[in-house]
Design a protein around this ligand. Structure first.
Ligand code: AMP
Ligand code: MN
Length: 333
């Protein structure tokens, strides 16, 4: 895809990503925004996302993000949906729908394309890596663009740790750090550093976690009451599911947090044997083979029951969760 050809003649461009934006979503949106602002100076470009976490304030012009969405829809000549399907865009979906031309760029295997033009590469580490590949005019890339894309890549690869890291990911990262920014500081401050409250909730979620399916699944949950006790936002829970995944013997980690009385956001992580994208897609979500998510309705118990039945099929295990006396469910559940 030639981005400049695709936007040729446009006088207004919109860019959006998914709800509860993560590092890759923010990095790719900001990277593309900074790049297009330079290469098409006369074009009005607007970016729409939910408010990014404070850790991303190091990204240049992050304050330009519009978190207000008018009810009467503005029509853009071109609208980009990055790192998402249109259904996950939240309020920006209507802007995307009404645009004269819709462009979808994503690396989620569950995305079959929702634009007039689709650039879908499930083998790519991140949408930020894709955006970097699409910046054909390398001379326009500057340190601020490089920083935004680098942040996106480190967040979706767990700092080059996950199996989605490829030689081309590392090549892109190598080229990006050549623009000269303090990348160890960026990695620490946007990826590893936790606030006191984030550590407290992580500790609590680990303490209350339990194993089932012969130790192959680890599950934990944070309810609304706990969220409000800690005044925690969803992004304060990042990393919990990954820590569960690291438990020795665990093939699949499940983490839920409560959105409403009978509604939970589910995160799934796999160590390779379980394709969690299949599990999430079965319930209407999506993602990647080793990292996927879905929003589900029901009680905590019912949701874990339903998920574990799907996981059990892949592991050729019986779902231990339902066997009386067979699951290690703490009394308070
Ligand atoms: P999460 O568990 O929310 O960190 O998500 C893990 C991966 O799955 C990320 O790449 C998300 O973008 C993706 N994902 C999460 N929820 C959904 C969903 N409902 N539909 C499609 N992809 C999702
Ligand atoms: Mn991504």
């Amino acid at each position: 895809m030639d981005i400049l050809k695709e936007i040729n003649g446009a006088s207004t461009i919109g860019i959006g990503g998914h709800i509860r934006p993560d590092g890759d979503c923010i990095g790719s949106v900001m990277g593309l925004y900074l790049y297009l602002s330079k290469v098409c100076p006369g074009v009005e470009i607007q970016i729409f996302l939910e408010k990014p976490a404070d850790i991303f304030s190091c990204i240049s012009r992050i304050g330009q993000i519009r978190t207000d969405f008018h009810t009467e829809v503005e029509q853009f000549d071109v609208f980009f949906a990055l790192d998402t399907t249109k259904e996950r865009m939240g309020k920006a979906e209507s802007y995307f729908d009404q645009a004269k031309k819709r462009i979808n760029i994503d690396h989620h295997i569950s995305n079959s394309g929702c634009g007039d033009v689709n650039y879908l590469m499930p083998e790519a580490s991140s949408t930020s890596e894709l955006i970097y590949d699409l910046m054909k005019d390398r001379s326009q890339i500057d340190v601020e663009i490089a920083k935004a894309l680098y942040i996106g890549i480190i967040h979706d690869t767990g700092v080059f740790q996950y199996s989605n890291t490829s030689p081309s990911t590392l090549k892109a990262a190598a080229e990006l750090i050549s623009y000269g920014f303090d990348f160890p500081k960026l990695i620490d401050e946007t990826f590893y550093e936790k606030t006191y409250v984030q550590n407290q909730i992580l500790g609590r979620a680990l303490l209350e976690s339990f194993l089932f399916m012969n130790g192959k699944c680890a599950v934990s949950m944070v309810d609304k009451k706990t969220m409000s006790f800690y005044e925690a936002q969803p992004h304060d829970l990042d990393g919990i599911v990954n820590q569960l995944r690291k438990t020795k013997g665990v093939e699949c980690a499940i983490f839920l947090y409560q959105l409403d009385t009978l509604e939970y956001k589910v995160s799934l992580r796999s160590n390779g044997k379980v394709n969690v994208e299949k599990v999430a897609s079965f319930f209407g979500g999506g993602g990647h083979e080793r990292a996927a998510g879905v929003t589900m309705q029901g009680t905590f118990h019912d949701i874990v029951n339903n998920l574990s039945a799907q996981i059990a099929v892949q592991l050729r295990e019986t779902s231990r969760w339902d066997v009386p006396g067979g699951s290690h469910v703490p009394r308070n559940y």
